[in-house]
Design a protein around this ligand. Sequence first.
Ligand SMILES: Cc1cc2nc3c(=O)[nH]c(=O)nc-3n(C[C@H](O)[C@H](O)[C@H](O)COP(=O)(O)OP(=O)(O)OC[C@H]3O[C@@H](n4cnc5c(N)ncnc54)[C@H](O)[C@@H]3O)c2cc1C
Length: 340
Amino acid sequence: MATVDVTVRGAGILGLSVAWACARRGARVRIVDPQGIGAGASGGLVGALSPHVPEQWNPKKAFQLESLLMAEDWWADVAATGSTSPGYARTGRLQPIADDAALTLAHQRTETAATLWPAGVLWQVIPATTFPGWSPPTPTGFLIHDKLTARIAPRMALAALKSALITKGATFATDAPDEGQTLWATGTADLTEPEHLIGTGEKGQAALLDLAAPDQPQLFIDGLHIVPHADGTTAIGSTSERSWTDPTTTDAHLDALITRARAAFPPLAGASVLARWAALRPRTKTRAPLLGPHPFRKSAFIANGGFKIGFGIAPLVGEVMADLILGNHNRIPPEMLARP
Ligand SMILES: Cc1cc2nc3c(=O)[nH]c(=O)nc-3n(C[C@H](O)[C@H](O)[C@H](O)COP(=O)(O)OP(=O)(O)OC[C@H]3O[C@@H](n4cnc5c(N)ncnc54)[C@H](O)[C@@H]3O)c2cc1C
């Protein structure tokens, strides 16, 4: 008699999130990963959970928004069921505004956010003086402040999910046969399977610096994420590299990023580097997440293509995949739906 209802292959954020959503509904879950949890893109440092700009709305942005809105309760349940914290907090985000044109656009987006986002989830233009000591240099004297952005500590989040899953009776293995329904959430390895090649891996590098600002909002400056964490560190990320020789080593690209971060935000200038890290982001050909029946593994499911927002979409990915795997109920947006 089967002892497992769902076999999850891949112990990154997407695999563990689907495993959690299934286990929470009473399914018997086994997670299989030859390298243990967090060996791929999910074992990182940054953990920015931030929305797309509120304009040119599409199903992917709406999916991400729904996931960000449900994240606080979802992660609180993970923390309450297991024994460790995922390091989640909705601390918001500040962005400099470079010139008058950008200021006009920022005001327009305040109005769009008010129609696209639920009441109370604000995208505002504020004077830089609102955050003394933590305001990034901003030529107009104003900042965008969104109150939806949150942070999570990636490695703590995986550990919290593992702890919660074990509480629910889930088991972890480095090797085991398929039993019950099977989900493949194996990141870049699956996307780059030579015979099918449905995506690629895009290298990213990030660093952790010794700057304590646990209650301050994160910053987004010219594409650079600066994310203060609860433990008194601040993460900076990330590079985006299409070509590389070694996917997991850090190099001069990260040195340049650190230099740029220190110049962009003076409080980082004297902060020492505590950790450096690199990995491949799983990116599908369309850049959208790929969810649903596996396109080339018979009778299996897939959750992949988190690319740059895997942690942001994870709660909703978990729930819609559990709906599909356990209930045969499909509420995956067509733009993200994988087809066999
Ligand atoms: C530098 C950097 C910064 C980032 N910053 C952010 C951020 O701030 N916010 C955000 O939301 N996202 C961020 N991301 C993106 C995010 O990390 C990814 O989208 C996410 O981790 C992908 O998760 P995954 O579970 O799909 O894949 P992975 O984490 O890569 O997990 C795949 C797992 O599958 C396992 N595996 C491989 N082959 C097999 C097999 N045959 N059987 C079983 N298991 C197998 C691997 O060992 C691995 O553990 C960042 C990524 C990088 C690289």
